[in-house]
Design a protein around this ligand. Structure first.
Ligand SMILES: Cc1ncc(COP(=O)(O)O)c(C=O)c1O
Length: 426
C-alpha cells in the first residue's frame, strides 16, 4: 500500500487523512500519491538502468495529464494506442521522440497526427497496416521509424482478456509471418522497419513468460540480421505486475534480473512500456457506504462507486483489496492486504449502485463491520481505474485528487449532469 498507510486506525495518503479529502472532494474519488507513483517509476528505472532503456509509460493505464506530467518530468516517454492518448501525451509535455504508438486499428487521421508530432516509433500490428503507413509516409515524403509487433506465442498465464502474446489473439503477427513482412517491406525508403515489439499480456506475475518471449524474439532478430535487415530496436512492452492481494507481483529488480542479461550487449535500443506496475499501487478509489442489507444468507455493503468507476472486478473478476478508511485501531490491516483473519470481521459483498448483477467491487470479503456513511478504500486502483471508467447508468465520472506530502489538490473535477449531455446535439 506504499504511501497509503493506517495511523491510529485511520487511512492516510502520505500525510493527509483520507477523511479530509472526502470532506472536500466528496465520493467516489480516485486519490493518487505522488510519492508512490514516482517511487515505482524510479525503482523500475533503476532496475533496468543497465540497459539504458527508454521507458514509455503506458498511458492507457492512468492518463490524467497531471500524473503523466510528473512522469514526463522524471524522464518517462509514453506508449499510446490512439490519437486521444497521443494528444494526452503531448499535453503532458512528452518528448515526442519518446512516444511509441501501438494498436491494431490506427486510422489515417491518427497516423497523420503521429507523423505531425514526430513520434519516435510506430509499432506495427499487421502487414495491411504497414502498407497503409508506407502509403501515407510516401505521400508526405516523410521518413518514419517502425517496429513490427510479433506474437511470440507465449502464455503469460493471466486472464484470457488480457492475454495478448498468444497466436490466437488479434495482436501482432506470428513468427513465420514476421519473416515474410520483412522480406516484403523491410527495405522501404519511407518506413524504416528498425526493430521488433512484443507485449505478451498483463499482469504477468512470473518472469518465465518474459524469458521465453525475449529468447524467441532474439532468435528472429538474429535471423533477420543475418538476412541483411538493419535492426537496432527491441520494445519488450509492459505487463509487469502490481500488488492487488498481497505481495504477489515480482518487484522490478526481480524482473530485471531475469531480463537484463538476455538483452544486454545485443546492440539494441531497448524500450519498456510499464503501466500498472507504476500506477496501480499509486491510487485508491475512495467510496462511501450508502446502505447495508442482508439478502438470504448474504450481506451487502452498497457503496457509491460502481462498475462504471472501476470495471476490473466485473470485467476480469479482478481482485482489489478493500478496507474501511477508518475501521478503528483494532482493525488495522496488514499493509500488504489479505487481512481476512482479523477477529471481528464479517463476510460481505461490496457492491455498487449500477443496475447489473455484475456490479460489484469485491465478493465474499471479510471486513470490519460497516454502516451507512462509512468511507471505504478500494486499493490498487491507480491503473485501469479512471481510464476504464464510463458514464453507464448516466453516472458522472468520479473526481481525481493528487496528494503531495501534507497537501492535496483536485486534478480532475467530478463530472456534472450537464457534462453527461454536453456532446449531444439537440
Ligand atoms: C502494447 C502495450 N504495452 C503496454 C501495456 C501496459 O501493460 P501494463 O499496464 O500491464 O504494464 C499494454 C496493456 O495493455 C499494451 O497493450
Amino acid at each position: 500500500m506504499d504511501d497509503f498507510i493506517y495511523h491510529d486506525g485511520r487511512l492516510h495518503c502520505e500525510r493527509i487523512p483520507i477523511r479530509q479529502i472526502a470532506e472536500k472532494s466528496g465520493t467516489p474519488t480516485f486519490i493518487y500519491s505522488r510519492a508512490t507513483l514516482l517511487a515505482h517509476y524510479d525503482r523500475f528505472a533503476a532496475a533496468f538502468a543497465p540497459l539504458s532503456p527508454t521507458i514509455c509509460f503506458s498511458i492507457k493505464s492512468c492518463a490524467n495529464i497531471n500524473l503523466c506530467r510528473l512522469l514526463a518530468e522524471r524522464g518517462s516517454g509514453f506508449d499510446v494506442v490512439s490519437g486521444g492518448e497521443l494528444f494526452r501525451a503531448m499535453q503532458s509535455n512528452a518528448d515526442p521522440q519518446k512516444i511509441v504508438f501501438a494498436g491494431v486499428g490506427k486510422t489515417d487521421a491518427e497516423i497523420n497526427a503521429a507523423i505531425n508530432a514526430a513520434i519516435g516509433l510506430f509499432n506495427i500490428e499487421s502487414p495491411a497496416e504497414l502498407e497503409n503507413l508506407i502509403r501515407i509516409a510516401a505521400s508526405r515524403n516523410a521518413t518514419i521509424r517502425a517496429a513490427l509487433r510479433i506474437n511470440p506465442d507465449v502464455d503469460p498465464i493471466t486472464h484470457k482478456h488480457t492475454t495478448t502474446g498468444k497466436k490466437e489473439t488479434k495482436f501482432g503477427v506470428d513468427l513465420e509471418m514476421a519473416r515474410a513482412v520483412f522480406d516484403q517491406f523491410g527495405r522501404d525508403k519511407y518506413v524504416k522497419l528498425c526493430g521488433l515489439h512484443v507485449h505478451i499480456g498483463s499482469p504477468v506475475n512470473t518472469v518465465e513468460p518474459y524469458i521465453a518471449a525475449v529468447r524467441r524474439s532474439l532468435e528472429l532478430l538474429t535471423t533477420l540480421r543475418a538476412a541483411g535487415f538493419q535492426l537496432d530496436t527491441f520494445d519488450l512492452g509492459g505487463g509487469f505486475g502490481a500488488h492487488y492481494r498481497g505481495s504477489e507481483a515480482p518487484d522490478a529488480a526481480t524482473y530485471a534480473a531475469a531480463i537484463v542479461p538476455l538483452l544486454a550487449n545485443q546492440g539494441l535500443k531497448i524500450i519498456l512500456e510499464p503501466g500498472r506496475s507504476i500506477a496501480a499501487n499509486a491510487g485508491v478509489l475512495l467510496t462511501r457506504v450508502l446502505y447495508t442489507k442482508q439478502s438470504g444468507t448474504r450481506r451487502f455493503a452498497i457503496v457509491d462507486a460502481g462498475m462504471n468507476d472501476l470495471v476490473r472486478p466485473a470485467l476480469y473478476d479482478a481482485h482489489h483489496f478493500i478496507w474501511p478508511a477508518e475501521p478503528g485501531p483494532q482493525f488495522v490491516p496488514n499493509p500488504r492486504g489479505e487481512s481476512d483473519s482479523i477477529p471481528g470481521t464479517i463476510e460481505m459483498d461490496i457492491v455498487g449502485p449500477v443496475c447489473e448483477t455484475g456490479d460489484f467491487l469485491g465478493r465474499a470479503r471479510k471486513l470490519p463491520p460497516v454502516q451507512r456513511g462509512d468511507l471505504v478504500a478500494v486499493f490498487t486502483a491507480g491503473a485501469y481505474g479512471m481510464t476504464m471508467s464510463s458514464n453507464y447508468n448516466s453516472r458522472p465520472r468520479a473526481a481525481e485528487v493528487l496528494v503531495e506530502g501534507d497537501t492535496f489538490r483536485a486534478i480532475r473535477r467530478r463530472e456534472t449532469y450537464e457534462d453527461l449531455v454536453a456532446a449531444e446535439i439537440g
